[in-house]
Ligand binder design. Sequence first.
Ligand SMILES: NC(=O)c1ccc[n+]([C@@H]2O[C@H](COP(=O)([O-])OP(=O)(O)OC[C@H]3O[C@@H](n4cnc5c(N)ncnc54)[C@H](O)[C@@H]3O)[C@@H](O)[C@H]2O)c1
Length: 434
Amino acid sequence: MRIAMIGSGYVGLVSGACFADFGHEVCCVDKDPSKIEALNRGEIPIFEPGLDDLVANNVREGRLTFTTNLPDAVRNAEAVFIAVGTPSRRGDGHADLSYVYQAARDIAGAISGYTVVVTKSTVPVGTGDEVERIIRETRPDADFSVVSNPEFLREGAAITDFKRPDRIVIGTDEVRAQNVMNEVYRPLYLNQSPVLAMSRRTAELTKYAANAFLATKITFINEIADLCEQVGANVQDVARGIGLDNRIGAKFLNAGPGYGGSCFPKDTLALIKTAQDYEAPIRIVETVAAVNSQRKRAMGRKVIAACGGSVRDKTIAVLGLTFKPNTDDMRDAPSLDIITALQDAGARVRAYDPEGMEAASSMLTNVEYAKDAYDCVRGADALVIVTEWDMFRALDLKRLKAALAEPVVVDLRNVYRPEEMDRNGFTYVSIGRV
Ligand SMILES: NC(=O)c1ccc[n+]([C@@H]2O[C@H](COP(=O)([O-])OP(=O)(O)OC[C@H]3O[C@@H](n4cnc5c(N)ncnc54)[C@H](O)[C@@H]3O)[C@@H](O)[C@H]2O)c1
């Protein structure tokens, strides 16, 4: 198959490289020339484990190319994927669909022969109808179908997720389009990944329902953690105690500082807005979004309390900035709210993250960036672990204690054991454990 991927960000680049690895001929397009120039120089603009080798191999084999020239890529393609961003629209929280609609207009002008236009971006119910309308209006003569194929990959494990998905969702009522999609995903059928065929609108909603459910699960255990702290219970034991029940499942039950990232915050908001527009409000998700957004700043207050009630003129060391490990993505990361809360209370913040510092530096002000974990804690009045990168899981506790001015550790990911920290002389605060 010849595939054009419009948008070469976290989703477009991973999907494009994986499709090429399946044996398809893929051209990844982006309107950002610096991204395409970097890719053509062999540089990967994002951090995603394994992506550099995957891209290099497929470029070498001649199956993967990069361009800013959308018409050239689309003209030759049998399937054109839209993988552009759908951020929250400033002001009202609806999904901003301007990039998707612009891509649809650009694609319309270049379609030749029967083409399946596939929306991989996360888009509200009915977006496929509008993409179809735009293309039809621009090119009344074009022979095309519009399909929804939402993406469920996780940053940090994106390649495995793409190549071994729990399921593939394909939303179309057209047999012709379904056949093309079957061909695109044929290597995965052979791996026996379930392929779910459904209507386009159902596929669009399925993606939001999945993210809203996961966000709810995280928020549920976070509130249980708060209760654990008040009643003297241990949230990790509760999580295990409920997670082993197959009806519940153990994943997404790690209490922490609140969910962040490029998907859950914006997708829960967009679902809330869609549901309100259709007069079928989803009150659970409305509450989840409200609870989560308050939680991130509350984590700042937790640090302040651990420091004896004030952080004014104190130095707080922050380990981990990205919204989760193994990515450089800083979008809606809890660290942004936590650091701002600490700075508002008069603290100086020094931070270290193995991949996120470049992106963080354009989103935060007055943060000093360290060269490693021990450099970060040097002379600090407290350490806060915000993101559980593996390298923060086995810090040398003696060295840590010697480097800190005050042995205060606030572990927002529960990576250390309270007994061990007590034994080593730390004042240790974690989530949902006393
Ligand atoms: N990041 C994730 O983990 C993830 C997972 C599943 C689904 N999604 C969804 O996938 C979509 C893309 O997310 P992302 O994180 O890859 O975004 P991103 O911001 O990393 O990438 C989007 C890219 O599209 C490019 N672009 C925008 N308009 C364009 C146009 N008209 N022509 C060519 N290129 C254009 C941008 O320059 C950018 O490089 C979103 O809808 C998101 O919700 C993301």
